[in-house]
Design a protein around this ligand. Structure first.
Ligand code: ASP
Length: 306
């Protein structure tokens, strides 16, 4: 068994070498390395999986390259509506938030909800009232504004549907982290701006416990990225847990079955990061690429393409 394992993602989608300049690739790699290091350092010092996934996701939320926190995509009305969730595998406590616009780090609000609200899932303005009562940092719309995301929205805003976070480079920029700590505990965290041009208070899979985020010491911790509607309908994260617990599949087998068979048959594009109670890591995706990385006591790796 590994003393610790951590994996992160910065979204899945069509990420091909031909669409990526070397400067941009360098920026992504640096951002992923920085976020991974934030979590890894905590685990190396015998910190908790919960603190490690929180630190990694905060680092990704603060970087406008990713569709979470600063740099979140625009809704149909030109706003930001962010979703996030966190879960600990030892107690099965969870916190989730949807449709918030001004909290600097949605993952910190999800954690406060888990620890101090007496509830699991809060939404909208009233979730922000709770954030205020907990003294969390707020930001202005200018802080969340990113020219690249704005351009993405302008190009599709008069169209009927919503868009996955893409232009010529189709990708889902949601972020997430999963970890196993030295105490054998697991945790998962996911944060997103959702999908460009989304309407009617649309909420994706990321904050839905069991769909985009799940952790259970009996099996694994999971954080998903991809076309959220499919991930909700396939109850992706909990399905992987069930396949391991009820059917005895390994982490790798369960992830492969769900991501590269069940989801593909439904038409659900995306991927996920997973760690099991032994510290094994799986990073499956059925899209062309996924911004991802993992670290164990022995190695630390960042990857983007297939
Ligand atoms: N899963 C996210 C959602 O549907 C999108 C993403 O992964 O980028 O909201």
């Amino acid at each position: 068994m590994r003393t610790f394992s951590i994996a992160i993602h910065g979204g899945a989608g069509t990420i091909t070498r031909s669409l990526m300049s070397s400067e941009k690739e360098k920026l992504y790699r640096e951002a992923l390395t920085y976020a991974l290091n934030q979590g890894e350092e905590i685990l190396r010092k015998n910190g908790t999986a919960l603190d490690a996934v929180t630190a990694a996701v905060v680092a990704l939320e603060n970087n406008p390259l990713f569709n979470a926190g600063k740099g979140a995509v625009f809704t149909n009305t030109g706003k930001h509506e962010m979703d996030a969730a966190i879960m600990r595998g030892d107690t099965l406590e969870a916190g989730a938030v949807a449709g918030i616009s001004a909290v600097k780090n949605p993952i910190l609000l999800a954690k406060e909800i888990m620890q101090f609200s007496g509830h699991v899932f809060l939404a909208g303005n009233q979730a922000e009232d709770f954030a205020r009562s907990r003294g969390l940092a707020f930001e202005t719309p200018e802080y969340f504004h990113d020219e690249f995301r704005f351009g993405q929205w302008m190009s599709v805003k008069d169209e009927e549907g919503y868009q996955l976070d893409h232009t010529d480079e189709k990708k889902f920029g949601t972020v997430g982290a999963v970890a196993k700590d030295a105490f054998g505990n697991l945790a998962a965290a996911t944060s997103t701006g959702g999908m460009t041009n989304k309407r009617w208070g649309r909420i994706g899979d990321s904050p839905v416990i069991g769909a985009g985020t799940y952790a259970n010491n009996e099996s694994c911790a999971i954080s998903c990225t991809g076309h959220g509607e499919f991930f909700i309908r396939a109850v992706v994260a909990y399905d992987i847990h069930c396949l391991m617990v009820y059917k005895g599949l390994s982490l790798q087998q369960a992830c492969e079955l769900v991501v590269n068979d069940k989801l593909v048959k439904m038409g659900g594009e995306g991927g996920l990061i997973a760690v099991d109670h032994l510290g094994n890591i799986a990073l499956p995706f059925n899209s062309e690429g996924m911004y991802r990385g993992f670290a164990t006591p022995e190695e630390s790796i960042i990857e983007i393409y297939k």
